[in-house]
Design a protein around this ligand. Structure first.
Ligand code: PSU
Ligand code: MN
Length: 303
């Protein structure tokens, strides 16, 4: 095992008992939602995973140690500290570990640590992607290249429309990342169930997705798999309404000159404010929905 990694007891036990394990990220807690909803959500998602016969492993960095599996006290710590904690993607991983610091892991860093720990399936809300106006800013999330190189299956609700969805799909195609739509033929757009962007594979069942995943691994071609799961109909938001709020937040971000890794947390927070918290409720529901699908896929992967 990697000398920097600590696997929680509950997760170790799951490996021994051959129970499915689902990884979760920590940036969504400290940079994606406000306190205390972030902690309540993290705990609820973990409980949902246990209720569906799997074991959760929330991934983060504490005092330079890579953690697969956090205690409720540690979840509270990440939620309360919020954006004071360093947001860590692949780029930042070695520095934070070398200096013995804390880090909240994005999709990219979570995938790296999940793979080290031997966890195949990872559930989150939305992945990073190609930002709007990327042809000028070159802002493309490290999540996309991670999906191309690290062998972990990521379940998400598509990508937020803070991103350029057609460019995100093109980038994934170039990088050889298959995007599976669970019971959909188009990329889900996070707050809404559909976009105009076609995905590469449509799948009707968790069993089929697990089979594609096992085959990809057996082929030895490497890389991850992006599974996109539309937000349940009852929680999905009005497209025109959310689009106008996103537009407002994106314009404000540009006006304020916010760049780099601050962009996504800024947009997430502004959209929550502009919608009076209704986008946050949708966000929480879709994460839970993704955790359930992740459990079903993980249960179907032959170990
Ligand atoms: N999208 C969301 N919620 C999130 C994130 C993205 O809807 O919390 C977080 C995830 O941790 C993701 C990261 O990996 O933002 C991407 O950041 P960036 O765009 O800086 O690569
Ligand atoms: Mn970026």
């Amino acid at each position: 095992m990697n000398k920097f990694l600590d696997i929680a007891l509950e997760v170790k036990k799951a490996f021994l008992e051959k129970k499915p394990v689902v990884a979760l990220e920590s940036t969504i807690i400290s940079h994606g939602m406000p306190y205390p909803k972030n902690v309540q959500t993290a705990l609820a998602v973990e409980q949902t995973i246990r209720d569906h016969g799997a074991v959760p492993a929330t991934i983060a960095i504490i005092g330079g140690r890579l953690k697969a599996g956090l205690s409720p006290e540690q979840l509270e710590y990440f939620g309360k500290k919020g954006t004071v904690i360093t947001k860590v993607s692949r780029r930042d991983l070695a520095t934070v570990v070398a200096r013995g610091e804390d880090g909240a892991t994005t999709v990219s860093a979570t995938m790296i640590i999940a793979q080290m720990a031997g966890i195949d399936v990872f559930a989150t809300g939305g992945v990073g992607g190609v930002h709007r106006k990327a042809e000028l800013t070159m802002d493309i999330s490290a999540d996309l290249d991670e999906l191309a190189r690290t062998q972990v299956l990521v379940v998400c609700a598509g990508a937020k429309a803070i991103l350029d969805l057609p460019k995100t799909a093109e980038y994934l195609e170039t990088k050889g990342v298959a995007t599976v739509g669970y019971q959909t033929s188009v990329m889900p757009a996070f707050y809404t169930r559909a976009s105009m962007v076609p995905i590469s594979v449509r799948s009707e069942t968790a069993e089929d997705i697990a089979n594609i995943w096992s085959t990809q691994k057996a082929l030895g071609i490497g890389g991850g798999l992006l599974v996109t799961n539309p937000i349940p109909e009852i929680y999905s938001m009005d497209r025109a309404y959310i689009e106008s709020k996103i537009e407002e937040a994106v314009n404000e971000c540009e006006r304020l000159g916010i760049k780099g890794k601050d962009t996504t947390p800024f947009l997430l927070e502004r959209i929550q404010e502009l919608t009076g918290g209704s986008s946050l409720e949708a966000n929480i529901k879709l994460v839970i929905n993704n955790a359930i699908l992740a459990c079903q896929i993980a249960a179907n992967i032959k170990r």
